[in-house]
Ligand binder design. Sequence first.
Ligand SMILES: *Cc1c(COP(=O)(O)O)cnc(C)c1O
Length: 583
Amino acid sequence: MTDPNDTPFAADAYFLGPKSENGSWVRGEFQAILDHWYDWRRSIFADDPEAISEERRLSPTFLREREVLGQELRNLLVMLRSEVPKFTPRYIGHMVSELSLPALLGHFATLLHNPNNTSREVAKVGARMESEAIAMLAKMVGYDSAIAQGHFTSGGTFANFEAVWRARYRLDHALSLALVLAERDGDELDPFMAAHMGWRKFEQLRDDREVEESALRAASMVLGNPFEIAKRIGKCSGRDYLGPVLITPGNKHFSWQKAANLFGIGEDSFWNTPLDAQGRVDMTALAGRVDDARLAGRPVLCLTSVAGTTEAGEIDPVDKIADMLDALKQDNIHIWHHVDAAYGGFFCTMLGGKAEQVLAKQQQDALRAIARAQSVTIDPHKLGYVPYSCGAFVCRDEHAYRASSFQAPYIDRADTKDKWRCTLEGSRSGAGAAATWLTGKTLGFGPDKFGKIIAAGIQSRKIFQADMVKANPLVRPLDPSDTNIVCFSLAKPDEPLSVSNERTLAVYSKFQAHPDFSVSKTVLDAHSYGALIEAHVGTYGGECDVGQLALLRLVFMNPFWANPDTRDSLTPEFIGLLEDFTA
Ligand SMILES: *Cc1c(COP(=O)(O)O)cnc(C)c1O
């Protein structure tokens, strides 16, 4: 029997359930949405004539076309029966699972109205909902929601680009001003120091020294020819200007490499930082990166940390990074800190409640420190249980949110202005924002309900991992596992890594060919993960004969793993399969 106290109460009412257990009343909610939609059309401009008369609706052509549509729709539904069943607790593959009901209903209802949040002219309600939903996410990560700004994106990739875009404008403004002062007034020019002056100093200096906008424009790499401006910077500073660097941890998502490509800074300027034996960014190495940039006279465009890595769900020491950057501020060095919390942002829902106790203190502190960063990426379409595509980019304040050329350096409060000027994307669906909004209004983004569901996922991962280790001596979990993802290799004592890698990948292929469970794999490279790989292999006396570690990866997002009935039925089945596959 299920002990109702073991299941976070919210999960039961907020998901359809793997057997459509909530199907009958949810059908009523979908019906209510359709009724509203039909009625809305009828009630507005009620005196307008019908456009499709009953006579036309009964004509043979009409009936034939209707038949075609019905048939093809049914074909589509047949095809969709082969879609990956991500709703079931048996799906523990990637960072996606069952959608929540508020997200689904909010999305569907809004989809029918089709707001384009790029402008209030095409999204009166959609745009308002977006501002409110952004405020909810801002509050979730600890920003002051009254001054935080942001918008929804197609996903984490674009949210990360938004951060780099803004960091580049800030850098360009600062460098342009410094170049004007060097060329016009003979000031000394140190590109590293100048680039990190920050917005407040920029404004003060620009006003005190009476620098005209036209002068700034003539010294801007964004507006002018960057190669020519670099030459001028080189001339004033006494050495060649080699451009900015982007500092990311070795556990970063692939989107950062795309950002380096997209913004044209060159892959060589994309400075990856090694990780410690726990797979989190190594603080000594990180400080070294900043020093290297300073010595090379190359500004740091943006420094990124990751809360919830794509591979293993690990959380970088965001608090220690914030401390390091605060210390640099004492020397007037303001470096843009962006937290890529595409996956882990929703872990913040646990903070402030009992739920947070499933995390180690170190991870709680790291999550609390997201509030100290300039900007953050959050993907509601991952741990937010919201349909694709829905990412979010949130800034601490309007200074950080600025994205502009010199013409309009000030972006007014977002909720009074259209967004198109300050988003990389153009047209943007309002459905994801509404899905997030309705989730916030019901489940909330705090520890009472949402946080309990997230905590239950982490708890489920812990229980599953312990059961698996007890049952199969080959299972070698990556240690530590910070959150709701377990990665493990399959190795015998003293075995070379090449041999266990082969076994792990062979078992992965067998899972892929077997329909009962969806799992994923990841391969860590010694280039970034050297210390972690060595520590991992060391736990069973293995030998690092190759530079890669292959791991099976299980993501515990499905809320029903917290139900003992589900757990007790699926865990032995998985363990049995694993046994077969490793025999
Ligand atoms: C998933 C992920 C991204 C990219 O997000 P998309 O929504 O897939 O574009 C970026 N960073 C991290 C840490 C992620 O986990």
